[in-house]
Design a protein around this ligand. Structure first.
Ligand code: GLN
Length: 214
Protein backbone atom coordinates (compact mmCIF):
# COMPACT_ATOMS: atom_id res chain seq x y z
CA UNK A 1 0.00 0.00 0.00
CA UNK A 2 1.69 3.11 -1.27
CA UNK A 3 -0.25 5.81 0.53
CA UNK A 4 2.28 6.94 3.10
CA UNK A 5 5.21 5.53 5.04
CA UNK A 6 7.94 2.99 4.29
CA UNK A 7 6.52 1.33 1.18
CA UNK A 8 9.56 1.82 -1.09
CA UNK A 9 11.78 0.04 1.44
CA UNK A 10 9.40 -2.92 1.39
CA UNK A 11 9.57 -3.04 -2.41
CA UNK A 12 13.36 -3.24 -2.35
CA UNK A 13 13.39 -5.91 0.39
CA UNK A 14 10.72 -8.00 -1.34
CA UNK A 15 12.55 -7.92 -4.67
CA UNK A 16 15.76 -9.05 -2.97
CA UNK A 17 13.99 -11.75 -0.97
CA UNK A 18 12.23 -13.13 -4.07
CA UNK A 19 15.59 -13.76 -5.73
CA UNK A 20 16.52 -16.03 -2.81
CA UNK A 21 13.49 -18.28 -3.22
CA UNK A 22 14.13 -20.52 -6.23
CA UNK A 23 10.49 -21.47 -6.71
CA UNK A 24 9.29 -17.89 -6.40
CA UNK A 25 7.78 -16.90 -9.73
CA UNK A 26 8.83 -13.57 -11.18
CA UNK A 27 7.60 -11.11 -8.61
CA UNK A 28 5.47 -8.24 -9.81
CA UNK A 29 5.14 -5.36 -7.40
CA UNK A 30 2.24 -2.96 -7.70
CA UNK A 31 1.61 0.22 -5.74
CA UNK A 32 -1.89 0.31 -4.30
CA UNK A 33 -3.52 3.72 -3.94
CA UNK A 34 -7.15 3.12 -4.80
CA UNK A 35 -9.69 0.31 -4.62
CA UNK A 36 -9.24 -0.47 -8.33
CA UNK A 37 -5.58 -1.29 -7.67
CA UNK A 38 -6.60 -4.24 -5.49
CA UNK A 39 -7.36 -6.70 -8.22
CA UNK A 40 -8.27 -10.31 -7.49
CA UNK A 41 -5.08 -11.62 -9.10
CA UNK A 42 -2.92 -9.72 -6.61
CA UNK A 43 -1.68 -12.28 -4.09
CA UNK A 44 -0.24 -10.22 -1.27
CA UNK A 45 -0.56 -6.81 0.31
CA UNK A 46 1.78 -5.02 2.70
CA UNK A 47 0.41 -2.19 4.80
CA UNK A 48 3.63 -0.40 5.75
CA UNK A 49 4.77 1.49 8.79
CA UNK A 50 4.19 5.21 8.82
CA UNK A 51 1.38 7.09 10.48
CA UNK A 52 -1.75 5.06 11.02
CA UNK A 53 -4.02 8.12 11.40
CA UNK A 54 -2.89 9.49 8.03
CA UNK A 55 -3.26 6.14 6.28
CA UNK A 56 -6.64 5.58 7.91
CA UNK A 57 -7.94 9.00 6.83
CA UNK A 58 -6.76 8.38 3.28
CA UNK A 59 -8.50 5.00 3.20
CA UNK A 60 -11.76 6.48 4.47
CA UNK A 61 -11.74 9.49 2.15
CA UNK A 62 -11.07 7.28 -0.84
CA UNK A 63 -13.69 4.67 0.11
CA UNK A 64 -11.04 1.98 0.38
CA UNK A 65 -11.88 0.47 3.77
CA UNK A 66 -14.61 -1.93 2.64
CA UNK A 67 -12.88 -3.08 -0.59
CA UNK A 68 -9.70 -3.60 1.44
CA UNK A 69 -11.46 -5.70 4.07
CA UNK A 70 -13.09 -7.77 1.33
CA UNK A 71 -9.76 -8.27 -0.44
CA UNK A 72 -7.97 -9.25 2.79
CA UNK A 73 -10.76 -11.71 3.64
CA UNK A 74 -10.22 -13.81 0.50
CA UNK A 75 -8.64 -17.16 1.27
CA UNK A 76 -5.84 -17.00 -1.27
CA UNK A 77 -4.72 -13.48 -0.32
CA UNK A 78 -2.03 -12.75 2.25
CA UNK A 79 -1.55 -9.48 4.10
CA UNK A 80 1.28 -8.14 6.22
CA UNK A 81 1.00 -5.10 8.44
CA UNK A 82 4.19 -3.53 9.77
CA UNK A 83 3.97 -1.05 12.63
CA UNK A 84 1.19 1.36 11.55
CA UNK A 85 -0.08 -1.61 9.52
CA UNK A 86 -0.36 -3.70 12.71
CA UNK A 87 -2.48 -0.92 14.23
CA UNK A 88 -4.76 -0.59 11.21
CA UNK A 89 -5.36 -4.33 11.00
CA UNK A 90 -6.22 -4.78 14.68
CA UNK A 91 -9.87 -5.08 15.69
CA UNK A 92 -9.27 -3.28 18.97
CA UNK A 93 -7.12 -0.24 19.64
CA UNK A 94 -6.48 1.21 23.08
CA UNK A 95 -8.14 4.59 23.51
CA UNK A 96 -10.31 3.95 20.45
CA UNK A 97 -13.25 5.62 22.19
CA UNK A 98 -11.21 8.77 22.78
CA UNK A 99 -10.85 9.66 19.14
CA UNK A 100 -8.46 6.92 18.10
CA UNK A 101 -8.42 6.21 14.41
CA UNK A 102 -10.70 3.63 12.90
CA UNK A 103 -9.14 0.37 11.91
CA UNK A 104 -9.75 -2.25 9.30
CA UNK A 105 -10.75 -4.61 12.10
CA UNK A 106 -9.19 -7.78 10.78
CA UNK A 107 -7.07 -9.39 13.52
CA UNK A 108 -8.48 -10.50 16.88
CA UNK A 109 -6.10 -8.39 18.89
CA UNK A 110 -5.87 -5.34 21.13
CA UNK A 111 -3.10 -3.01 20.02
CA UNK A 112 -1.59 -0.08 21.87
CA UNK A 113 -0.34 2.70 19.59
CA UNK A 114 3.01 4.25 20.54
CA UNK A 115 3.32 1.65 23.31
CA UNK A 116 7.06 2.17 23.63
CA UNK A 117 6.92 5.97 23.68
CA UNK A 118 7.60 8.76 21.25
CA UNK A 119 9.95 9.01 18.27
CA UNK A 120 12.94 9.67 20.58
CA UNK A 121 12.24 6.38 22.31
CA UNK A 122 12.80 4.42 19.11
CA UNK A 123 15.16 1.49 19.63
CA UNK A 124 16.49 -1.78 18.32
CA UNK A 125 16.12 -5.13 20.07
CA UNK A 126 17.15 -8.74 19.49
CA UNK A 127 13.99 -10.81 19.26
CA UNK A 128 14.05 -14.52 19.89
CA UNK A 129 11.94 -15.77 17.04
CA UNK A 130 9.89 -18.74 18.17
CA UNK A 131 8.09 -19.50 14.92
CA UNK A 132 9.59 -22.74 13.66
CA UNK A 133 9.09 -21.85 10.03
CA UNK A 134 11.14 -18.70 10.50
CA UNK A 135 13.94 -20.52 12.27
CA UNK A 136 13.89 -23.30 9.70
CA UNK A 137 14.75 -20.84 6.98
CA UNK A 138 17.78 -22.54 5.40
CA UNK A 139 19.32 -19.19 4.56
CA UNK A 140 19.69 -18.37 8.21
CA UNK A 141 19.85 -20.31 11.43
CA UNK A 142 20.09 -17.30 13.66
CA UNK A 143 17.92 -17.54 16.71
CA UNK A 144 17.47 -13.81 16.94
CA UNK A 145 16.16 -11.10 14.71
CA UNK A 146 17.48 -7.57 15.14
CA UNK A 147 14.27 -5.56 15.08
CA UNK A 148 13.91 -1.81 14.57
CA UNK A 149 11.12 -0.19 16.58
CA UNK A 150 10.07 3.34 15.59
CA UNK A 151 7.28 4.84 17.67
CA UNK A 152 6.13 1.28 17.67
CA UNK A 153 2.86 -0.25 18.77
CA UNK A 154 2.54 -3.44 20.78
CA UNK A 155 -0.19 -6.03 20.81
CA UNK A 156 -1.41 -6.40 24.39
CA UNK A 157 -4.01 -9.14 24.10
CA UNK A 158 -5.25 -11.66 21.63
CA UNK A 159 -8.95 -12.44 21.62
CA UNK A 160 -8.98 -15.57 19.47
CA UNK A 161 -7.00 -18.82 19.70
CA UNK A 162 -6.16 -18.62 16.00
CA UNK A 163 -3.69 -15.81 16.68
CA UNK A 164 -0.23 -17.40 16.75
CA UNK A 165 2.37 -15.36 18.60
CA UNK A 166 5.67 -15.28 16.70
CA UNK A 167 7.68 -12.92 18.87
CA UNK A 168 7.24 -11.17 22.20
CA UNK A 169 9.33 -8.53 23.89
CA UNK A 170 9.95 -7.54 27.49
CA UNK A 171 12.04 -4.41 27.88
CA UNK A 172 12.56 -4.73 31.63
CA UNK A 173 12.36 -7.78 33.95
CA UNK A 174 9.44 -6.31 35.89
CA UNK A 175 7.39 -5.72 32.74
CA UNK A 176 4.94 -8.08 31.13
CA UNK A 177 6.10 -9.25 27.71
CA UNK A 178 4.10 -7.75 24.85
CA UNK A 179 3.48 -9.27 21.44
CA UNK A 180 5.46 -7.72 18.62
CA UNK A 181 4.82 -10.27 15.87
CA UNK A 182 1.94 -12.62 15.24
CA UNK A 183 0.11 -14.41 12.51
CA UNK A 184 -3.60 -15.05 12.23
CA UNK A 185 -4.40 -17.19 9.23
CA UNK A 186 -3.32 -15.28 6.15
CA UNK A 187 -2.45 -12.12 8.05
CA UNK A 188 0.99 -11.36 9.46
CA UNK A 189 1.62 -8.40 11.77
CA UNK A 190 4.90 -7.04 13.07
CA UNK A 191 5.33 -4.03 15.35
CA UNK A 192 8.83 -3.45 13.99
CA UNK A 193 10.33 -2.62 10.59
CA UNK A 194 12.15 -5.56 8.89
CA UNK A 195 12.28 -3.51 5.67
CA UNK A 196 14.79 -1.18 7.33
CA UNK A 197 17.33 -3.97 7.90
CA UNK A 198 19.35 -6.22 5.63
CA UNK A 199 17.88 -9.33 7.21
CA UNK A 200 15.32 -10.60 4.74
CA UNK A 201 13.84 -13.44 6.83
CA UNK A 202 10.45 -11.80 7.35
CA UNK A 203 10.14 -10.89 3.69
CA UNK A 204 11.03 -14.45 2.68
CA UNK A 205 8.50 -15.74 5.19
CA UNK A 206 5.80 -13.49 3.72
CA UNK A 207 6.60 -14.57 0.17
CA UNK A 208 6.35 -18.19 1.29
CA UNK A 209 2.97 -17.43 2.86
CA UNK A 210 1.85 -16.06 -0.51
CA UNK A 211 3.14 -19.17 -2.25
CA UNK A 212 1.17 -21.28 0.29
CA UNK A 213 4.31 -22.94 1.55
CA UNK A 214 3.98 -21.99 5.18
N1 GLN B 1 2.89 4.91 16.17
C1 GLN B 1 2.62 5.13 14.77
C2 GLN B 1 1.14 5.25 14.53
O1 GLN B 1 0.37 5.32 15.45
C3 GLN B 1 3.21 4.05 13.91
C4 GLN B 1 4.70 4.20 13.81
C5 GLN B 1 5.32 3.44 12.68
O2 GLN B 1 4.63 2.90 11.80
N2 GLN B 1 6.62 3.42 12.63
O3 GLN B 1 0.73 5.28 13.43
Amino acid sequence: MAVQGAFLEHQVALSRAAKEIPQCPALKIREVRCAEDMTADMKGLIIPGGESTTISLFLRRNNMEEPLKAWIGQQDHVTWGTCAGMILLSKHTEHQKQGGQSSLGVTDTLVSRNYFGRQVNSFEADLPVTACSLLDDPASHQEYFRAVFIRAPATLHVTAPSVEVLAALRLAPEQHPVIVAFRQGNVLSTAFHPELTDDLRWHRYFLKMALCRV
